[in-house]
Design a protein around this ligand. Structure first.
Ligand SMILES: Cc1cc2nc3c(=O)[nH]c(=O)nc-3n(C[C@H](O)[C@H](O)[C@H](O)COP(=O)(O)OP(=O)(O)OC[C@H]3O[C@@H](n4cnc5c(N)ncnc54)[C@H](O)[C@@H]3O)c2cc1C
Length: 315
């Protein structure tokens, strides 16, 4: 946890951001986690995964717009993604993950809701599911409440539960009541002890408990993790409880634990890869660095020594 805090704080500095985004040295590492800068590149990645039977969700990087005009551009960009997915030969294997702050949540909740409704209507015309990613804790209540508000009119929408958040159980209760789909993750943002569990073992245990609940009581949940021990514990639970593999999916991030992705697929499970792309990759990239010391050591080594010839193992 200490390492993660340190990296997230360091990455937040403007000087570090300038260094990493301005240098070509880091591009190979960035490309491990980010499929490219354009929608074409993201669709290529999704279709390549689909050829191997893997599902995808596309994430156009970029969060927290500053004006309602930008939120409108955000909506247009998401609609473009939905329409491209609709044209894919693998349409049924690909969906979209979005951020409410890209639709104007910081500026005006009502406009963000209107933008979400517009996007959901367009996605529904093509039978495409929309996942609302969960952002930092300032947005948790706004996001859960937003799903509750649109639910009567839109069912092809779901969101994300973060096991680090102390409020997770009550949020799961609220969305179970609706029958909305939930993805469970540990949580990628730096959060204080007022709202979040600080002990890693406790976050992991909350994850396992939450995942079991979703598997028993939820609607087509997504179990999103690269944590092998958790994958094993949850798999054991699935077998013991005779839960059909078709009733849920595993999710992992693009470029992380490809071996585990392939092995779950081989065992007959649904596996979806979260494919981030776009020019605004820095915040996403720094969150991934904070999750694995080897990636940061690679950066330091590159800066001081051998110009990035070898990448750390992708695991
Ligand atoms: C599909 C998907 C969607 C997500 N959506 C959200 C969201 O909406 N909101 C949110 O807050 N968070 C989201 N996350 C991120 C999540 O909260 C975690 O930050 C991230 O998944 C790392 O946690 P972990 O479960 O893999 O476990 P960790 O305990 O972080 O890692 C377990 C093991 O996984 C491997 N691993 C993990 N990360 C990396 C990495 N970057 N590089 C290499 N190996 C790694 C390592 O072997 C590590 O030991 C999402 C994650 C996934 C997989």
């Amino acid at each position: 946890m200490l390492f993660r805090t340190l990296i997230l704080k360091t990455a937040g500095s403007k000087a570090v951001q300038k260094l990493v985004t301005g240098s070509k040295l880091f591009r190979p590492l960035v490309r491990r986690f980010v499929a490219g800068e354009t929608l074409d590149e993201a669709m290529d990645a999704a279709e390549t995964q689909a050829d191997q039977g893997l599902m995808s969700t596309l994430d156009l990087l970029g969060e927290n717009v500053s004006t309602l005009e930008e939120a409108n551009l955000g909506l247009e960009a998401y609609i473009e993604v939905v329409e491209r997915i609709a044209q894919s030969r693998h349409k049924e294997l690909i969906n979209i993950s979005i951020k409410l702050t890209a639709l104007g949540l910081d500026q005006d909740t009502a406009i963000a809701e209107q933008n979400l409704r517009t996007l959901l209507s367009r996605a529904e015309q093509n039978n495409i599911f929309v996942r609302v990613d969960m952002e930092a804790s300032d947005y948790t209540e706004l996001t859960v409440a937003m799903i509750e508000r649109v639910w009567d009119d839109h069912k092809l929408v779901g969101t994300v539960m973060q096991s680090m958040m102390k409020r997770m159980d009550s949020d799961i209760n609220r969305l179970l009541k609706l029958g909305a789909r939930m993805r469970i993750v540990k949580g990628a943002y730096l959060e204080g002890p007022e709202v979040a569990i600080q002990d890693k073992a406790e976050v992991d245990q909350a994850y396992i408990d939450g995942a079991k609940r979703l598997l028993k009581e939820g609607t087509y949940p997504a179990i999103a993790t690269h944590d092998q021990a958790i994958v094993e514990t949850v798999s054991k639970f699935v077998k013991e409880q005779n839960i059909e593999p078709a009733t849920f999916e595993w999710q992992m991030l693009y470029g992380i634990r490809r071996d585990l992705q392939a092995s779950l697929k081989q065992q007959g499970h649904n596996v979806r890869i979260y494919i981030p792309y776009g020019s605004q990759w820095y915040p996403y990239f720094s969150r991934r660095l904070a999750e694995r010391p080897a990636n940061v050591f690679f950066i330091i080594k590159t800066l001081f020594k051998d110009r990035g010839k070898s990448l750390p193992p992708a695991k």
